[in-house]
Design a protein around this ligand. Sequence first.
Ligand code: CU
Length: 304
Amino acid sequence: MNKKIQVLLLLVAIAGLVGIITVVLQGHNIAVLNPQGTIANKERDLIIFTTVLGLAVVIPVFIMLFGIAWKYRESNTKANTKYSPDWDGSRLYETIWWGVPCVIMLVLGVVIWQSSHELDPYKKLESNVKPIRVQVVALQWKWLFIYPEQKIASVNLVQFPEDTPVNFEITADAPMNSFWIPSLGGQVYAMTGMTTKLHLQADNIGSYNGSSANISGEGFAGMRFIAKATSQADFDTWVRSNQNSSTGLGMTEYSKLATPSKDVPAATYSLKQADLYDKIVMKYMTPEGGNETMDHEQMNMEMH
Ligand SMILES: [Cu+2]
């Protein structure tokens, strides 16, 4: 093939690839790159920082790969003038290819150490606003949200005021799942018989997608929920309307709800069983299924 055509084809291929990537990125809202909350913001910065740091090695290596291949091509007679078959050991080159990765590892190590403490999902968020407590139960295949203080509950819909820390306590009454609202921050596992924690905060009003980051069988694809950040007034209205709801959630209703079902629409309840969440956790901790009382926080300490 003609050399000019080869170069042209290569340029077209590169332009096409860049074009496709641009269209895909524009057409889709990649939630982790478009954060809506304090934690997610810092996580996005961390993703970008580590990617750029990695590219600092990857880009020069690829430029050199193509540059060297081009320079030492068969038809370039000039490149072969300085032939040194006994060449070995170069302090300069050894320093570069051992030194650069060492520095990157060191920088990454410090940054990751700091951020994994700063962004610890169990760490309470600093705020002057009183946090909202939400207990999350991963069911097969739906999400149950319990508001113990407001005495309400909801399925596949979690609502909270903006700029307010939300303290999630997470468990499961089904196979292991992973609680994840990508716009607001990272994921935390939901497991039977124990409580995991996640602290998030939305900076803006909006509806964000939530799902599980851990596949749990047939109905998993429909196991999605909406996380709705609203104004305080809208949240209060929502709470009041749920408190007055005729559909209550007690033990009987819960056992019906907990049976596996797929693609469940969002629903709201008034909470009839105040300690429903503790009962669900304790179900897996005693042979009698929750007749013994033991602090579940204390139980978690023993488990982990
Ligand atoms: Cu665990």
